[in-house]
Design a protein around this ligand. Sequence first.
Ligand SMILES: *[C@@H]1O[C@H](CO)[C@@H](O)[C@H](O)[C@H]1NC(C)=O
Ligand SMILES: *[C@@H]1O[C@H](CO)[C@@H](O)[C@H](O)[C@H]1NC(C)=O
Length: 307
Amino acid sequence: MPAPAPPLALTMILNIQGAAFYNSFEWENIPDPTHGRVNYVDRRTSQEQNLTFANADTFILRADSTSFLNPSGPGRNSVRIRSRRAYTTHVAVFDIRHMPQGCGTWPAVWEVQGSNWPYGGEVDILEGVNDEGPNAATLHTGPGCTMPTSREGFSGVRVENNCDATVNGNVGCPVRFPSPASYGPSFNAIGGGFYAMERTPSFIKVWHWARDDASVPNEVKFGNGGGGVSPDNWGAPIALFPNNQCNINQHFGPHNIVINLTLCGDWAGSVYAQSGCPSTCVDFVNGNPQAFAQAYFDIAGVRVYEQ
Ligand SMILES: *[C@@H]1O[C@H](CO)[C@@H](O)[C@H](O)[C@H]1NC(C)=O
Ligand SMILES: *[C@@H]1O[C@H](CO)[C@@H](O)[C@H](O)[C@H]1NC(C)=O
C-alpha cells in the first residue's frame, strides 16, 4: 500500500480586504437571471450611492434602503460581484460580520463557471431567503452527478441526492446546516462568522464556524499572517460532496466567486408568504425602502488558497 498522502497545505494567492474588492471583482450590472425585483448597478453607481463601501478591513455590499420604487420601473438597486480570477482546486475562506436580512432578501455567496450553466457546475456556499435559516450548501450540475446516501464524514443533513439542475425544479443536492447561527438574523446577532469551501478533484467540502466558536482554526480566524492553510486539520466539514458518483473534474469547470443580493425572484418570491412575510414580495420591495436597512453584507475579508 502506498503511504498515505501528507495533509495538503495550500498557499495563499489572494487576500481581499477593503478596497481590494474593487480590483479583484467585477460589478455585474446584468438583468437578474433569477427574475428578482432588483436592478444590479455598475461599480461607479454602487460607489456614488454608497451601495458598496470600503475601508481598511471592511467591505459593505447592500441594497438601496431609501428609494420608493415606481411599480412599472426597474427594481431596487443592489449589487452582484464576480471575481476576476477563476479557480479549480482551491480553498476559499470568507470572514463575514453581517449578511443581508429581511423579508424579500435572497443573498448568496457562491461559485460558478462563467458560461454554459449548469454544465460547469455551481457551488452555493452561503445562501437562503426571507431570513429562513439555517444555511444550506448546494451543488447544481448537469445530469449525472449524484451524492451517496451515506452520512459519514460530515455533520449536516443531506436533503436531496441528485445535483442535476435540470430535474426536481433545480433544487440541486443541498446539505442543511445544523446551526441557526449559520444564516440571517441569528448569524448577524453574534457578529457573523466564517465560511470556508475546499474543492479538489475528490470532493467539495463546506465549513461554517460562528464568530464566537472556540473551534475556529487559527489559520481561518487570523489568516495565518499570509501563510497557507491545511484544511485536513479543520475537522469534519458540515457539507461533504464526494466524487463517488459525481466526477468533479467533469462536472465542475473553473469557477468564479460570486456575491449577490437579489430580492424576490424565483426562490425568495415563490416562498415569500410561507416565510410569514407581509403583503406580496414585489409590493413590499417597491414600497418599503426602510425595510432593507439590514440588507447588507459586511465582509472582513476573502482569502483564496491554491496548491
Ligand atoms: C444569486 O445566487 C444564487 C446562488 O445560489 C444563484 O442561484 C442565483 O442565480 C443568483 N441570483 C442572481 C440574481 O444573480
Ligand atoms: C457609506 O456607508 C458606510 C458604511 O455603512 C458609512 O460608514 C458611511 O457613513 C456611508 N457614507 C455616506 C456618505 O453615507
